[in-house]
Design a protein around this ligand. Structure first.
Ligand code: JHZ
Length: 396
C-alpha cells in the first residue's frame, strides 16, 4: 500500500528553465503537486503522481553530466573498473546524456540510448545512438534472439522512468546469459540521513534502496547480487544485477547493506514521518537565515542552477527578493530564469564577483569541488550557505 509522507507543494518541472519572463512564457508554465509516498509492501519510495516523461525529456534538456570535474572523473573511473572486472564486449548505456560515460569505451562496442534529442545529437556522430525512450519496443528493435549485450549501464536514469515493469523486462530481454546491469542512483538512506529533500522532484520518480531494488529485480527474472556505496550526488548506490540464473553469487557486502537499511528503518513508515518533520524544520530555518541576512543588507546569490534547487526554491518560496541571481557554468542555462520562482541565471564570470556576500550551494553535492575552486571568494570573506545536512553558514 502506498502511503504519503511528504508534501513539497506546487512545483514546476525541475528543468523547465524559462527563456524570458514574457506573459506568454509565464502563462505556459506547468505546475503540479509534488508529494512523496512509501509503498509498505515493496519498500519503494516514489513521487505520488509522476509527470508525463514527454514533457520532461525534450530537445531542450538542460543538464549536462560532464559539467563537473567530479563527475567526469567518477565516470572515467567507473568505466575502467567495469572493463577490468567484467570485460564486456558489447555495452549499452540507457540515458547517455552528453556521452560522459561512453566516451571511455571503444566506439564500435557501444550503444547509446538517450531520449533528449539535443543530447543524442552530441553523441550520434561518434556512437551508435538511439534518440528514444527506453522500452520493450526499442529493446526489440536493437536486439534479437542472438544479439545480446554484456553490460547495461545506467546512471541517474532508471529512477527517472515511471514504468518499472517495462524498464526491467526490456533490460532482461537484452542481457546475455551472464550479462550485467549496473545502475547508479541516489541512495534513500543518504537522502533521509542528510535531509536532502531536494532529491525529490519530478524526474526522481523513485529514490531507491537496496531493499526495494532486490524486491523489484526478483519480480522480473533478475537478481541483485552486489552493491557499492558511492559518493556521487551526495551518496548513491551502485547496484549490480544479472539474470536470475547467472553465475553471479550474492555478496556479503550486499547482505550487509540490506541489514543496515533495515536497521535504519527504511522498511518502516515511521522513519519517513520523522524525515518529513525534519524537512519542515529545514524550510523554516532556511527562510529565517535568508531573512536575517537580507535585514543586514547582505547580497545573496545561489551557486549552481540545479534541478534540486527548483524543489528548494519553490517549497520555501525563495525568489529574487532573497537571491539576486543564480550562477551556473552550463551555457544553455545562462540567460534563462529558474522554474517557478524566476530568478535570473548568469555565468559565474559575470556574477560571482566581489559584490557577493553569501552564496547558497544549490550544487551542494559538489561542495568539495566548489570550495576548492572558490578559495578566493572564501579568503576575501565570502561565505557559502548549505541546507544539507542542516541549514548553516559553512565555516572555513
Ligand atoms: P547537478 C541533474 O540534477 C538532473 P541537478 C538529473 N535528474 C539527476 O539525477 C542529476 O543531475 C544527476 C553547475 N555547476 O549535477 C552545473 C556550476 O555552476 O547537481 C550544473 O548545472 N559550477 C539527471 O541539476 C549544476 O551546477 C560548478 O563548479 O540537481 C549541478 O547540477 C559545478 C561543480 C557545477 O544536478
Amino acid at each position: 500500500m502506498k502511503k504519503k509522507f511528504l508534501d513539497l507543494g506546487k512545483q514546476p518541472i525541475a528543468n523547465s528553465f524559462l527563456p524570458s519572463l514574457s506573459k506568454k512564457t509565464l502563462s505556459n508554465e506547468f505546475f503540479y503537486n509534488l508529494s512523496v509516498s512509501f509503498d509498505t509492501k515493496n519498500y519503494l519510495v516514489s513521487v505520488t503522481n509522476p509527470v508525463n516523461p514527454k514533457i520532461q525529456y525534450t530537445n531542450k534538456y538542460a543538464h549536462r553530466a560532464s559539467e563537473s570535474k567530479t563527475m567526469r572523473e567518477a565516470f572515467k573511473k567507473t568505466a575502467i573498473k567495469l572493463k577490468k572486472k567484467f570485460s564486456p564486449k558489447k555495452i549499452m548505456e540507457i540515458g547517455s546524456n552528453d556521452g560522459v560515460f561512453i566516451k571511455n569505451f571503444n566506439k564500435n562496442n557501444v550503444i547509446a540510448v538517450e531520449p533528449c534529442r539535443n543530447l543524442a545529437n552530441i553523441t550520434k556522430n561518434e556512437f551508435k545512438t538511439f534518440p528514444n525512450f527506453w522500452n520493450k519496443d526499442l529493446a526489440r528493435k536493437i536486439f534479437n534472439k542472438n544479439k545480446k549485450v554484456d553490460l547495461v549501464f545506467s546512471a541517474n536514469t532508471i529512477s527517472h522512468i515511471p514504468n518499472i515493469k517495462e524498464t526491467f523486462e526490456a533490460i532482461e530481454f537484452c542481457l546475455s546469459e551472464n550479462g550485467i546491469l549496473v545502475i547508479e542512483d541516489p541512495s534513500l538512506k543518504s537522502v533521509i540521513k542528510t535531509n536532502s529533500y531536494d532529491q525529490f522532484y519530478d524526474e526522481h520518480v523513485y529514490i531507491f534502496s537496496a531493499l526495494a531494488i532486490s524486491k523489484i529485480t526478483e519480480k522480473y527474472k533478475l537478481k541483485l547480487f552486489d552493491i557499492e556505496e558511492i559518493e556521487n550526488h551526495g551518496g548513491s548506490l551502485r547496484y549490480f544485477i544479472s539474470k536470475k540464473n547467472s553465475k553471479f553469487k550474492i555478496t556479503n557486502r550486499l547482505n550487509k547493506i540490506i541489514r543496515s537499511e533495515k536497521k535504519y528503518g527504511l522498511n518502516n513508515f515511521k522513519t519517513f514521518i520523522s524525515f518529513s518533520k525534519r524537512v519542515k524544520q529545514s524550510k523554516y530555518e532556511l527562510i529565517q537565515l535568508f531573512k536575517k541576512l537580507k535585514d543586514k543588507k547582505k547580497k545573496l546569490i545561489s551557486y549552481g542552477a540545479t534541478y534540486k534547487s527548483t524543489t528548494v526554491f519553490n517549497f520555501c518560496n525563495i525568489d529574487s527578493k532573497y537571491l539576486d541571481y543564480v550562477t551556473d557554468t552550463t551555457l544553455n542555462k545562462q540567460g534563462q530564469y529558474t522554474p517557478g520562482q524566476h530568478i535570473p541565471i548568469i555565468s559565474p564570470e559575470e556574477g560571482f564577483d566581489n559584490s557577493v556576500d553569501y552564496a547558497f550551494l544549490g550544487a551542494w553535492n559538489f561542495k568539495k569541488e566548489i570550495l576548492k575552486k572558490e578559495k578566493d571568494f572564501i579568503n576575501r570573506g565570502g561565505k557559502f550557505i548549505s541546507h544539507i545536512p542542516k541549514v548553516r553558514i559553512i565555516k572555513k
